[in-house]
Design a protein around this ligand. Sequence first.
Ligand code: FAD
Length: 500
Amino acid sequence: MRAACGRHHPSGLPDAGRGWHERRAAGGAVTHDVIVLGAGPAGVNAALAAAEAGLKVVLFDQQAQAGGQVWRAPLPGLHMPPSPELASGDALRARLGGTAVECRFGRTIWSVGGHFRVDAVGSAGNDSAQAPRLVAATGAHERIVPFPGWTLPGVIGLAAATVLLKSQAVLPGRRVVIAGCGPLLAAVAAGILKGGGSIAAIVDLAGPGDWLRRLPTLATQPRLLARGAGWALKIGAARIPVHFRHGVRGAEGSEALERVRLAPVDASGAFVAGREITLEADALCVGHGLVPGAEIPRLFRVAQAFDRRRGGFVPELDGDGRTSLDGLYACGDGAGIRGVLVAEATGRLAGLACARDAGALSADAFAQAAAAPRNAIAQARPFSDAMADSMALRPAQVAAIPDHTVVCRCEDITRGQIDAAFEDGARDLNQLKHFTRCGMGPCQGRFCGDVAGEILAARVGSREAVGTFTARPPLRPVPLADLMGSFDYADIPIPAPAPL
Ligand SMILES: Cc1cc2nc3c(=O)[nH]c(=O)nc-3n(C[C@H](O)[C@H](O)[C@H](O)COP(=O)(O)OP(=O)(O)OC[C@H]3O[C@@H](n4cnc5c(N)ncnc54)[C@H](O)[C@@H]3O)c2cc1C
C-alpha cells in the first residue's frame, strides 16, 4: 500500500521542502552521470555496471574501504585470520580497483538535495557531487526490541558485534550471552569462539523445529547452508548451551551488565509461563533483525510500502530498481532485507537501469545484461525469504515491552510515554515525535522508529496509517565545525552599500 506520493517529480523533489533543496542545488554543477551511495555488495555492483556501460560514476561510503556490512574490511594494519567473508570482500575490492569508478570513501553523506546534489563530510573536509541519477545502496540498520536494562553498558547489537569481530578483532566481553533471532546468532557465536572468547549461552526466539522446517529451503543455497552448518558444528563442539524459544526478560547490573534474565516464549515471541533462567555475563549481544535504511528514498517522498518480511517500509520499485521518482534508484538491503546474494544482483540491475535510462545501453544490450542478475534474484528468493522471515519483527514481542522501558534511547522516551501520547491524540509517527520528542535525537529515529511505529500501530490499527518519521538532513549526525570547514566571518559576502 502506498504511504505517500505519486509518480515522477522531474525537478527532483515533491513540493514539501522543495524551496530549501532547490536553493542548495541552484548554481551547483553536474559532476557525474551517476552517484552511488553505499559501497556494500549492492552499491559496488551498481557502480561497476554503470561504469562498464561508459557512464561517469562516483561511489561514496563512510567506511574507508568497500565491502559494506557483510564484507567489511578490517581496520588498516590489522591482520585477520582468513574467512569466506574476508575473501569475498577482498574479491569485491579487487574488482573495484583499477576501474573507472571514482571512489570517495571515508565520507559520510549528510544531505541529498534536489537535482541529486550530495553533500558529505569526512576527514579530508567537505565534499559534494551532483548527477542526474542517484542509486541509494545504503544497506540496513539493526533492530533491538527493547527490554528492561537494554541501555546498560555491555549490551550491544548482534549486528554491531559482527562489526567488532570483523573489522576490529575485538571480543564484545569476557563472558557473552548471544540473544535474539535469525542467522546472526550463529555467525556471532562462531566469531567469538574463533577469537577465543567465552559464551555463556545462545538464546533463540525460534525453536529447533523452526530451523528444521527451513532446512529444505536453505538447501537451495548449498554454500551458505554449509557455512551455517559449520557454525552450528563449532557451537556444538564447544558445548555452548542453546536456549531455544527463549527471550531476554531483562538485563541487570549496577553500573554495567552483570546478569541476563531469560524466560520462555511461544511461537509468536510472547513470554509464557515457565522457569526463568539467570546467566552471569558482562556482555549481551542482542538483535531482532534488520530494518532497511531507506532514508534517502524517503527524503524524496517516493512511493513506499510496508512489508514486514522485508523489515518495514520499503520504496516501491519496478523490477530493475527504479523508484517512483525519475532518476532515483534503490537496491540491496536498503530497499528491503534480502541478504547479500540479492544485494549484489539488485545492485547490478540498478546500475544497468541507470545506463539504459541514460541511453548508454540499447534495449537489447540491457535485456541481455539484465538476464543474469534477474535469474540470480529468482534463484536466491526462497533462501532470502526464509532468512528474512526468521528476522521479521514479532508483534507479540513488542506488545510485551513494559511501560517503564525506554524505547527511544536518544531522548529517553518510554513505552508508557508512547501509549500516553496515543491517549492524547497522536495517531502517526510524526505526531508522536511532536508530542514526545521520540525519534528527534541524533539517530533521527533510525533505531526506535520501527518499534515505536509498531507500538502505535497496535493502537491505531495499521502500520500504513502510522507511517514513518519524515526524513530530513542531516542524514547522519555531523559536527557543525566539520560543516563550517575553514569558512569564517571574513568569508561572509558584504553587499555593496546602498546608494544614498
Ligand atoms: C551492522 C550489520 C552487520 C551485518 N553483518 C552481517 C554478516 O556478518 N553477515 C551477513 O550475511 N549479513 C550481515 N548483515 C546484513 C548485510 O547488511 C547484508 O546482507 C548485505 O551486506 C547488504 O548489502 P548492501 O550493499 O545492501 O548494504 P551494506 O553492506 O550495508 O552497505 C551499505 C553501505 O552504505 C554505507 N552508508 C550507509 N549510509 C551512509 C551514509 N549516510 N554516508 C556514507 N555511507 C553510508 C555503509 O557504510 C555501508 O558500507 C549485517 C547488517 C548490519 C546492519
